[in-house]
Design a binder for this molecule. Structure first.
Ligand code: GTP
Ligand code: MG
Length: 197
């Protein structure tokens, strides 16, 4: 099957104001600048549907996109604001946690959360805290892990780097590049599986 359409649905900084849950959702979380919005564009095969920037802190709201497949699968992909960005104002920072945690803990249709880490940095404190937070939810979503920007490493460097991230996370990891499209098919396969069950 292939994608027939991908479209922006809604965006809000208040999880309670998002459209009522109608479709299965998959969210993408990670530190600012790790490449969440870029990965979403690659997944949806659309250049600029999700806004990206070289400067961290680009995505400031919860953004919903709807993707439809030829086999009838419909899913919401959710682009979340990044965490761990030092330069936000204090008021912005204090609303960040509640926004993310509010969304992750109240959205009954949330089937999976893909946590993205930069392949060169691996998981940091915030990422591991997010894993713990998700595990502690009443109905925990499936957690998928992706290591981004693998194009920044040579082919020979990629394998050991991915092995290292895998050990740190204690779980399978998908290497991904928004530049080459590496990992796109593997990630969709996992996502489709997570949505289907
Ligand atoms: P926030 O919205 O601030 O949380 O950031 P984000 O995680 O959405 O990152 P974004 O997709 O905006 O990308 C940040 C920067 O990294 C941009 O300059 C992208 O072009 C670059 N980038 C993202 N993915 C890749 C990748 O796979 N390879 C390379 N080389 N650069 C990437
Ligand atoms: Mg973003």
């Amino acid at each position: 099957p292939r994608i027939v359409s991908a479209a922006f649905v809604a965006s809000s900084s208040d999880p309670g104001k998002l459209p009522a849950p109608a479709l299965a959702e998959v969210a993408f979380a990670g530190r600012s600048n790790v490449g969440k919005s870029s990965l979403l564009n690659t997944m949806m095969q659309r250049k600029n549907l999700a806004r990206t920037s070289r400067t961290p802190g680009c995505t400031r709201q919860i953004n919903l996109f709807e993707v439809a497949w030829t086999d009838g699968l419909h899913v919401h992909l959710v682009d979340l604001p990044g965490y761990g960005y030092a330069k936000r104002s204090r008021t912005e920072k204090s609303s960040w946690g509640p926004m993310l945690e509010g969304y992750l803990s109240t959205r009954g249709v949330l089937r999976a959360v893909t946590i993205l880490v930069d392949v060169r940095r691996g998981p940091e404190e915030d990422d591991l805290e997010l894993v713990d937070f998700l595990h502690a939810l009443e109905t925990p979503p499936r957690i998928l892990l992706a290591a981004t920007k693998i194009d920044k490493l040579s082919r020979a460097q990629q394998k050991p780097a991915l092995e290292k991230v895998k050990r740190q996370f204690k779980g399978p990891i998908i290497g991904f590049s928004s530049v080459t499209g590496d990992g796109r098919d593997a990630l969709w396969q996992r996502l489709r599986h997570a949505i289907a069950i």
